[in-house]
Write a protein that binds this ligand. Sequence first.
Ligand SMILES: Cc1ncc(COP(=O)(O)O)c(C=O)c1O
Length: 394
Amino acid sequence: MLVRGGATCHDRPVDELRTSPRLEAIPRYEPGPTTAQVLAEFGLDEAVRLASNESPYSPLAEVEAVVSAGIGGLNRYPDGAARSLIEVLADRHGVDAEQIIVGNGSGELILLAGQALLDPGTSIIHAEPSFALYPQLAAAAGARDVAVPLAADGGHDLATMAAHVDETTRLVVICNPNNPTGVYRSAEAIEALLDDLPGDLAVLVDEAYNDFVTAPDSGRLMSLARERGNLLVTRTFSKAHGLCGLRVGYGVGGPGWTAALQRVRPPFNTNALGQAAARESLCHPAALAERVATTIAERERVAAALSSTGMPFTPSQGNFMLLTPGADPGLGQRIHRRMLERGIILRDGTSLGCPGSLRVTVGTPAENDRLLDELADVFAAETAATPGVERTAS
Ligand SMILES: Cc1ncc(COP(=O)(O)O)c(C=O)c1O
């Protein structure tokens, strides 16, 4: 067992208090072990973390300078409306400030959507496996969760999702590219789905990984969010901008969408350093594009190397990849463990709803070299030790 840092609130029975019976139904979000836990468990001095789809690069130097400069003002509350960040975002996306909402990570906005839209007797439709937060929305609101299995290619089955819409549906969530598979659905396909749905049904397109998409129609959904009142597109500073530690995300959508979310948004939900850092990071698009280009090039290099070792994986448009070493779920778990022993922290796909798989975040070139070396070694040893496992190029 991995070392755990003591009991968490989740480990205590909730019936010690007069709590809502809904609490028991809320799935736990399992973030996976921290680097410190892995070092302690395996007696390691260092480890490569490729488990949480983070940027391997620290924030841009100009962003770090703004954060340092802001520390002296932390005795004051931040701008509760995040006006200056919203101003830059509105300019960038060509929308009115009222069409933008800023959250404590885009994850907060997704949770707020559940609070604003769902009640007992209503329902939400999302894909499965997809981002682990979505099932929490229904459970927290006492609504019905409609989880539609992914299509065989690992992308959303949009037609089946549309077929599940009924008079109880209040929210449809699309994760594009999908986490954990990395599969992207075209703007045309999503637009066709929007055309099929009632115009007053809220649709949230979660574009947390949009910066890494190379498909030519990338960004089209954001333009649609200017025109379609029922569409909200969420983005985050946590991935390409490398600011997940400061927790800033945003949504662009119809005025009805942002007004609904503003009703449930806690005051001062984003902090002063996060707002300043996000604003500054938007001022350096060329430096950011260079980093993103490196990550995309590395994603393709890692994909080519995996193919040559015979490790099956799903081609991805994100900064991560889902590896499916074999049909036996035990094989993926063993590889995960062997990699941890060697100081390479990957995400065990079982906890993401993909038993037997491993999710790998694209790191720096040096981290990826190490990943590929160790993985080839571990995969060869484990498949040799597992009769009946075929190694085929994908
Ligand atoms: C698909 C998806 N959406 C949203 C998020 C939330 O990101 P944040 O709250 O850091 O903006 C994540 C985080 O990993 C994600 O994978």
